[in-house]
Write a new protein. Structure first.
Length: 82
């Protein structure tokens, strides 16, 4: 369950998502993708607090929705190869 503070923060980035039905575990890949692409510093901080480096790396490796620039940035930051 997402608390009110998190909902308020995430609604700007997940504009087309019904946040009441959002599951942070089941929907982690699309959430992480959206935050990586459109997130402001406060969104990135939230993502880093709620998801492990393993989750982030898996998303970067498997995503078809990340642009090259974003994927390369996160690959460097996470020290992974694409």
């Amino acid at each position: 369950m997402i608390d009110e503070k998190d909902l308020k923060l995430l609604k700007d980035v997940l504009w087309d998502t019904d946040l009441a039905c959002l599951d942070l575990i089941k929907n982690r890949r699309p959430i992480i993708e959206r935050l990586m692409v459109y997130g402001r510093p406060e969104h990135i901080q939230w993502m880093l607090e709620h998801y492990s480096d393993k989750d982030l790396a898996e998303t970067v490796r498997k995503s078809k929705n990340l642009d090259k620039k974003t994927a390369n940035y996160w690959a460097i930051r996470l020290k992974i190869h694409l």
